[in-house]
Design a protein around this ligand. Structure first.
Ligand SMILES: Cc1cc2nc3c(=O)[nH]c(=O)nc-3n(C[C@H](O)[C@H](O)[C@H](O)COP(=O)(O)O)c2cc1C
Length: 335
């Protein structure tokens, strides 16, 4: 049974990657994931805002030092993330020393600027690849072309500094996601992750406030990813990954058959622990054996839009059929 897979041109022993999360803040936890069979690890993000804040603090320190040479321990603002920019680089080094699976750094930002230089620092610290997350919500109604152009410019700025491969974690709300995926690939993305997870705020109608809502394991989010990976397969010159709603071996199979090279699991690992990787791999192998598949590559894309035996199932005709064939269930409706 051959589970060999590829992500960003890197060879992986299987298609299950640990998605970006606080798991990467602990070398021990990552080692346990590796022991259970994880194929690669994406670190949690280093944010543009963290880098900018630290640079502003250092500039303030410098100005202050010239004015008051004794005040060398002054920092303008405390940084409230678990790992600041320097600690992040140190963590890349530690993970690279402790693990043999590829370690992918993650940079998170939305516009070009000094912060993109940290891509090079992450590479120099030993990362095998970089995931670029441009979490951005055009809440003010910005024209789509401007949003898209900014994505390409940030990617170009990061790409120009690096020799390691870069993945882009895509937002799902582009007007034409496959077109955007193609443009990112031709701008130098070696991999595309479908999709970034949006943390929808919770609207509390009693307290009249908007609160962040972080619910783990929204399995329902998988179908949106499957659709767009299935459409991108064969159309985009980059490796494809699914992030969002991948929980068990059947989900992994769906992603592979839609056309993904690998899956990124996050919530399932956070809630079920490292043993879940071993269980999922065991079930994956078992299913492949029972269904006479010899390799992951053999099944990849078999249910994509390009290769599916019934491509119409993805199209408008099927949408109309689905609406038309709905069977009423409630007695009040039929009676
Ligand atoms: C607690 C938590 C922290 C996360 N931190 C990051 C992060 O730093 N950078 C990032 O790109 N994604 C981050 N994510 C998003 C995950 O990598 C993933 O895309 C998302 O959770 C969907 O996958 P899942 O359904 O398997 O959880 C985080 C998710 C969770 C739950």
């Amino acid at each position: 049974m051959n589970l060999d897979s590829r992500w960003l041109g890197l060879s992986l022993p299987n298609p299950i990657v640990a998605g970006a999360s606080p798991l990467s803040a602990s070398v021990d936890r990552c080692r346990r994931l590796e022991d259970e069979g994880i194929a690669a690890l994406v670190m949690h993000s280093l944010f543009m805002e963290q880098i900018a804040r630290e640079e502003a603090a250092l500039a303030a320190l410098d100005a202050h030092r010239h004015a008051h040479p004794e005040a060398s321990s002054y920092l303008a603002e405390p940084i409230d993330f678990a790992l600041g920019p320097d600690e992040y680089l140190e963590q890349v080094r530690k993970l690279k020393t402790a693990l043999s699976v590829p370690v992918i750094g993650s940079l998170n930002g939305t516009a070009t600027g000094q912060w993109t230089h940290h891509a090079k620092l992450i590479e120099d610290a030993g990362a095998d690849g970089l995931e670029l997350n441009m979490y951005y919500l055009p809440l003010g109604g910005e024209p789509p072309a401007e949003v898209e152009q900014r994505h390409l410019e940030v990617l170009e700025a990061v790409r120009s500094e690096l020799s390691i491969p870069v993945a882009v974690k895509l937002n799902f709300f582009f007007t034409s996601p496959v077109y955007m995926a193609k443009r990112l690939a031709s701008t130098g993305a070696s991999g595309l992750v479908f999709f970034n997870r949006l943390f929808h705020p919770h609207l509390d109608v009693t307290e009249l406030e908007v609160r962040p809502d972080l619910e783990l394991r929204r399995r329902s989010s998988l179908s949106l990813r499957l659709l767009w990976v299935a459409a991108a397969f064969g159309n985009v010159d980059a490796d494809l990954a699914v992030s969002g709603g991948v929980v068990d071996s059947e989900d992994v199979l769906r992603c592979l058959m839609a056309g993904a090279n690998c899956v990124q699991m996050t919530s399932a690992l956070l809630s079920k622990g490292p043993g879940h990787v071993r269980d999922t791999l065991f079930q994956l192998r078992q299913w492949m054996e029972e269904n006479e598949y010899e390799s992951v590559e053999q099944m990849r894309g078999s249910l994509s839009v390009a290769r599916s035996p019934d491509p119409e199932a993805y199209e408008r005709a099927n949408y109309m059929r689905t609406l038309n064939t709905w069977e009423p269930g409630g007695a009040w409706y039929t009676g």
